[in-house]
Design a protein around this ligand. Sequence first.
Ligand SMILES: Cc1ncc(COP(=O)(O)O)c(C=O)c1O
Length: 377
Amino acid sequence: MPIQFPRYIEQLKPYIAGKPIEETQREYGVKKVIKLASNENPLGPSPRAVLAMKKAMKELQLYPDASGFHLRVALSKLEGVSFDEIVLGNGSNEVIELLIRTFCVPGDFMVASDGVFAAYPISARIQGVDTLFTRMTQDFRFDLKAMLELIRNTPKVKLVALPNPNNPTGTYVTESELVEFLTEVEKVREGSVHVILDYAYWEYVTAKDLPDPIPLYRRFSNVSVLKTFSKIYGLGGLRVGYGVIRPELAKMVQKVRMPFNVSSLGLIGAEAALKDKVFIRKSIRLNNTGMKKMMAAYRKLGIPFLPSQGNFLLINARQGLGLSGPEVFEACLRMGVILRPIANYGMPDWVRVTIGTEAQNRTAIAAFAKLKKNKKT
Ligand SMILES: Cc1ncc(COP(=O)(O)O)c(C=O)c1O
């Protein structure tokens, strides 16, 4: 008898990751390749993290501390919460999966907006949970009113995904909008609908009205906060993220978590990275100046983009360059620049570009200028 896979697994469209540098060199025969495709820190990893991990290499025969003691102590201090409220994950992606597994049974629903970070619907689907989507507003933001309606009207909704800012759009929900939304969601079905505030890009945020999630976490009983070491700390390859989760819920999530989900190097590297204030400041500065320069360059080239609160900009390839997103992606690969097309988000005209070093940004702009010139001739 043939194996019967669950239908939701057979029909699953897997996550499309950024194209690796080495693969691009191999396939396109270009030596010099830059990757602006995965919102990674262009400065590399936190030097303090690297140093701490080098020292820890000598003890790799030992399993990691299953409780993640030292990192959780450091994070509880940073966030001003108790030790029990920190749940570590193999990247914040794993915390997303853990939350879904803990809160839902197959047949339940998650609510999210079109354009939401793709790991949400995929992680849900893997576990037999479908995502109900609302349309984005005209300016590519979440329509919280429509989301609230959907939550109220669908009894089996257990989770709401709210990355702020969102990736790949870079758009955000303001403090007043979020407070109003959370106030209403808390009233639905006796507070049983849980909202995931995903702040993977929090350190990059410059908008004054994009709220700190921790006061909201304290104020509302049905909110968890996710953060990651993959962005500002430059440790995407290490796979460490965490959730700030109420103790009584965190206790449940901890049961679902496998004991060694974060490696010993992960625990040590992340803890050291937290102390690397010089590197964090430098990374923020680089992003701020890079973001301004890229926006100015896009304006000059006549390429529309969405204002972003992350370390990336979404540009309209169709309007700006007369090509689809995947076409610009392909053309740029040939010039040794890896970008991220987002047709899988239902946005085939757009391409996401991570803010890089000054030199990388210049290379990307030169590639776009070339495409623009080709368009005219
Ligand atoms: C909004 C958002 N959340 C979470 C993540 C996952 O990060 P990680 O699993 O590396 O912590 C990303 C990564 O791009 C993201 O954009």
